[in-house]
Ligand binder design. Structure first.
Ligand code: DX5
Ligand code: ZN
Length: 223
C-alpha cells in the first residue's frame, strides 16, 4: 500500500476459532497483520500457541508483524523470523542481548523492532537508532485488547520521532487506537498504527480500517 501511514489490525480479540477467515475480512485493506504473542509471564495474559502462530503465519495473505510479549525474547525473536514473519518486535524489558537479537531477527529475513512499555524511556535506546527498522511505543500496558489509550505517551512518541530524524525507521503505536485517538498519535509523529478492538468490534472491520487510514492520512475530517 503506497502511503507513509500503515495500519496493522491486531487479531488478539478476533474470533480465534476461525482465525484465517477473520484475517481474510481485512486482508485487502491492511499493510501487515499484527500478531500478539503473550506467554503469560511477561504480561498477565496468554494468546496463541506456537502451533497456532505457525498456522497463522503460513496462512496469512498479508505479511505478519509479530509483537512478542514473552520473557525469552532473545530466542523467540529469531524463531518467529525464521517461521516467516516479515517483522518481529521484541520488548527491551525482556531482551538480554539487544544487538545480537536484532541481528538474528534480520539475518532470518525479517524487519527488527524494539518495543517499550509505558514506563520505559526512549533515551536509553538511542544507540539502537542505526540497528532497528521500527520502534513500538506502547500506548497501554501490554496484555489485553480493549484498554484505554494513554495520551501521556505522546511525549515519548514525539521524542522518538525527533530522534529518528531522517532515518527510514517506522514509529508504531499499539493500544487503544481508534477513530477517536488515531489522529492524536499521528500528530505526535506515529506512522504505523495497531488497532485491535476498534477493528474487530466494528460492524464492518474493513470499513473501519479504511476510516482509520483516512483519519491518519488526514483525508477525512475529524469526527
Ligand atoms: C496489547 C496488545 C495489543 C492489543 C491492542 O498488549 O499488544 O496489540 O491487541 O488492542 P486494542 O487495539 O484493542 O487496544
Ligand atoms: Zn500488540
Amino acid at each position: 500500500m503506497q502511503s507513509n501511514v500503515r495500519i496493522h489490525p491486531s487479531i488478539l480479540n478476533a474470533d480465534h476459532s476461525k482465525i484465517l477467515s477473520e484475517i481474510e475480512r481485512v486482508s485487502k485493506v491492511s499493510d501487515f497483520l499484527h500478531l500478539d504473542i503473550l506467554d503469560g509471564k511477561f504480561a498477565p495474559n496468554t494468546s496463541f500457541s506456537w502451533e497456532q502462530a505457525q498456522h497463522i503465519i503460513s496462512g496469512s495473505p498479508i505479511p505478519v508483524d509479530a509483537h512478542l510479549m514473552v520473557v525469552d525474547s532473545d530466542t523467540q525473536g529469531p524463531r518467529y523470523a525464521e517461521a516467516g514473519c516479515k517483522s518481529v518486535t521484541v520488548h527491551v524489558e525482556s531482551t538480554v542481548d539487544l544487538k545480537g537479537t536484532i541481528r538474528n531477527i534480520k539475518s532470518n529475513g525479517a524487519r527488527a523492532s524494539l518495543a517499550l512499555k509505558p514506563a520505559t524511556q526512549i533515551e536509553k535506546y538511542i544507540d539502537f537508532l542505526n540497528d532497528v527498522d521500527m520502534f513500538l511505543i506502547m500506548t497501554v500496558e501490554p496484555g489485553f485488547g480493549g484498554q484505554s489509550f494513554m495520551p501521556e505517551m505522546m511525549d515519548k512518541v514525539s521524542k522518538t520521532r525527533d530522534l529518528i530524524g531522517n532515518r527510514p525507521i517506522w514509529l508504531q503505536v499499539d493500544g487503544g487506537i481508534s477513530k477517536d485517538t488515531i489522529q492524536i498519535a499521528r500528530a505526535a509523529g506515529a506512522d504505523t498504527f495497531v488497532a485491535g478492538s476498534a477493528v474487530y468490534k466494528a460492524e464492518d472491520p474493513a470499513e473501519m480500517m479504511k476510516l482509520l487510514r483516512s483519519l491518519a492520512e488526514g483525508t477525512q475530517p475529524e469526527s
